[in-house]
Design a protein around this ligand. Structure first.
Ligand SMILES: C[S@@+](CC[C@H](N)C(=O)[O-])C[C@H]1O[C@@H](n2cnc3c(N)ncnc32)[C@H](O)[C@@H]1O
Length: 267
């Protein structure tokens, strides 16, 4: 007989561990430097159903620091300037993904941008919810690999780009998008300020802007209206992110916020 479930297990959906999926045939046509990144990604992650968004499967790592070390050792220090954020599903991204899948009319038939996409969880959810076109931006080239591979694993089309939109100083054409999504962007002071200004520009141009956040101090709450709150399962040992194992999981509260129209540029 199974032992009784703990409170965390009762509240948190089960992570489904799946076998390693083979590299897609398309990888054979890639240049060698990209094949190395794809092979690294496939060999250091496992395909799981995302805890709070089981409709989306992601290849996730198990522990952040060993994964970061492996990036530096196998792909070189240039690829390890930042932690491997792409190897984990962050609470804010899980919350926005859940919200979009539960309210598909927000993105159906629309052109969606996922800012700071990491694993691509939010972009993939938007594509699954019927978005006409989804583009995911993340400055980490390994995240671009993760987004492409994870989109492939979910059978959806997501364009992935490493262009740094929040540093482009006005060159971005927000009329190319209807909806902007961003999960867990407000973890760094410089990024938070630039992202806020960028998102305000998109909102002023008419885009709907939805953010997911687990209560970070840098979140510009005075510009935001709460749309939903979720208890998102994460692992204690992985900086409060969901990983490929289900050990020591508990739930953190994450909120989906909408950037209000007319919000002044106050950052
Ligand atoms: C905490 S992770 C969140 C990832 C994903 N949205 C999620 O919720 O799982 C933050 C991400 O922001 C990315 N990032 C940092 N600065 C950025 C920038 N200027 N433009 C785009 N992405 C950026 C990082 O590479 C990282 O993948």
């Amino acid at each position: 007989m199974r032992p009784p479930l703990s409170r965390a297990e009762r509240e948190c959906p089960t992570v489904r561990q799946e076998s390693h999926s083979p590299a897609p045939a398309a990888a054979a046509k890639l240049p060698s430097w990209l094949v190395a990144k794809v092979e690294f990604f496939l060999s250091h992650t496992s395909l799981v159903a995302t805890p709070h968004v089981p409709e989306v499967v992601l290849r996730l790592g198990t522990e952040a620091v060993p994964l970061w070390d492996a990036v530096a050792r196998k792909l070189g220090a240039a690829n390890a300037k930042a932690p491997p954020y792409w190897g984990f599903a962050w609470p804010g991204g899980q919350a926005v993904a859940r919200y979009v899948l539960d309210h598909p009319h927000l993105v159906a038939g629309r052109r969606v941008l996922d800012l700071a996409a990491g694993s691509g969880i939010t972009a993939i959810a938007a594509a699954k919810a019927g978005a006409a076109r989804v583009t995911a931006y993340d400055i980490d080239p390994l995240a671009v690999v993760a987004i492409a591979m994870n989109a492939d694993a979910n059978g959806v089309a997501v364009e992935a780009s490493a262009v740094d939109l929040v540093r482009q100083d006005g060159a971005f054409d927000s009329s190319a998008f209807d909806v902007i999504l961003a999960g867990d962007v407000f973890y760094d002071h410089d990024l938070a300020g630039r992202a806020t200004a960028f998102l305000q520009g998109c909102r002023a141009a008419g885009c709907v802007v939805l953010l997911g956040d687990p209560g970070r101090p840098l979140l510009p709450r005075h510009l935001l209206a709460s749309r939903a709150e979720y208890l998102v399962p994460v692992a204690f040992e992985n900086q409060y992110t969901a990983a490929a194992t289900r050990d020591d999981r508990h739930c953190v509260r994450a909120t989906v916020w909408e950037l209000e129209i007319g919000a002044a540029a106050t950052w």
